[in-house]
Design a protein around this ligand. Structure first.
Ligand code: FA5
Length: 344
């Protein structure tokens, strides 16, 4: 049957053309389905072979099988070609071009509180003070009792304390750095000249108070130390930190561990003294508490109050940073907003 072998020859041509035109694996599979898959045109011819005259069957069958084998071979090699092309394209996409310029990381810097803390420490080091540390979770004895706050004494209410659950029930998150005064005096003899920087904790929160903040404690004990030495030191500290001509004010105050005691204020930098919500309309911002070490405290550490006198102070680092940079809300330091932090 000449018709059938012509049909096979045409199928071969069309099949080869469809395989050549396929650009993707799915187009190639579609061509296979159409021409030589299980239900493709070549299979249809082989199914119809039974109806051919007996003498033609063999030749047509052989021809159809040969064409199918040829198309299958072309299919296999095209499939391998397409897969290789895709692999190369993927590799090209993923390839690392070592000649491209690198992606620069924006430079970071230290947090303004850490910087202020370091600057305060540097000033006191220049003035002859060494640096001491102590634990954040502190014994009630060091945080209060040895600082002359007897149990149940109302002065404990000056600081809203976070108590820590413990077996003996005597641990607190330190409310100030003053316990380091006691820890230092317990292990050294006068003369003492130390500062103690660190984090402290109180249940406190508004635009000038935060529940975690930093203090730098100072302590000097020697023969003949007077309140004038304290005043001179703090005045010099303010001059070195804020520059000359910044008014400072010593205001009488009360702390159980100093007598007499004072609080030191600096002219409010936000309003220049005319009154604003940061200084609560007083024109002044409190930066530290200070005073002459109470003889009762010397009693706890075995120093003779007849022989030695001393002064101590504790300053708020955040307050100093607010004053230096003109910041009106302490909470900005702890929100981690990069727009705020990147200004420093
Ligand atoms: C004290 O903590 C005393 N230990 C200071 C002291 C030391 C007095 C040695 C005498 C001798 P006061 O509670 O006033 O004192 O805190 C000291 C400073 O810490 C304040 O002047 C203020 O600048 C800062 N401060 C206090 N509470 C907060 C708070 N919640 N957030 C930020 N700063 C605070």
């Amino acid at each position: 049957m000449p018709g059938t072998s012509e049909q096979i020859a045409r199928l071969r041509e069309e099949g080869l053309a469809a395989l050549a035109a396929a650009c993707t694996e799915s187009e190639l599979l579609a061509a296979k389905g159409r021409f030589f898959g299980k239900k493709g045109a070549v299979s249809e011819i082989l199914k119809g072979i039974a109806s051919l005259p007996a003498e033609e069957r063999k030749a047509v069958g052989a021809e159809a099988n040969r064409v199918r084998a040829e198309l299958e071979a072309v299919f296999d090699s095209r499939l391998a070609g397409i897969r290789e092309g895709e692999r190369l394209a993927r590799e090209g996409r993923d390839r690392l071009d070592v000649t491209l310029p690198g992606r620069a990381l924006p430079p970071g810097h230290r947090h303004p509180i850490s910087r202020t803390m370091s600057d305060i420490i540097a000033v006191f080091r220049r003035l002859g003070f060494s640096v001491q540390g102590g634990p954040d979770v502190e014994k009630d004895y060091y945080n209060f009792e040895a600082l002359n706050f007897p149990p149940e004494h109302p002065a404990r209410d000056m600081q809203d304390t976070f108590y820590v659950e413990s077996r003996d029930g005597d641990l607190v998150l330190r409310t100030h750095t003053s316990p380091i005064q006691i820890r230092t005096m317990e292990k050294t003899r006068p003369p003492v000249r130390i500062i103690a920087p660190g984090a402290v904790y109180r249940s406190d929160s508004d635009i000038t108070h935060s529940p975690m903040f930093h203090q730098v404690e100072g302590l000097a004990v020697d023969r003949d130390i007077t309140f004038a030495d304290l005043k001179g030191l703090l005045t010099e500290f303010c001059r070195m930190t804020f520059g000359p001509g910044k008014p400072l004010r010593f205001r009488p105050s009360y702390f159980p561990f100093t007598e007499p005691s004072a609080e030191v204020d600096i002219r409010c930098v936000i309003c220049g003294g005319s009154g604003c919500r940061v200084c609560k309309d007083t024109g002044w911002l409190e930066i530290l508490g200070a005073g002459m070490v109470d003889p009762a405290v010397f009693g706890f550490v075995g120093y003779d109050p007849e022989e030695y006198t001393g002064f101590a102070f504790g300053m708020g680092v955040e307050r100093i940073a607010m004053l230096r940079h003109g910041i009106s809300d302490i909470r900005l330091f702890f929100e981690n907003d990069i727009r705020f932090l990147s200004q420093f």
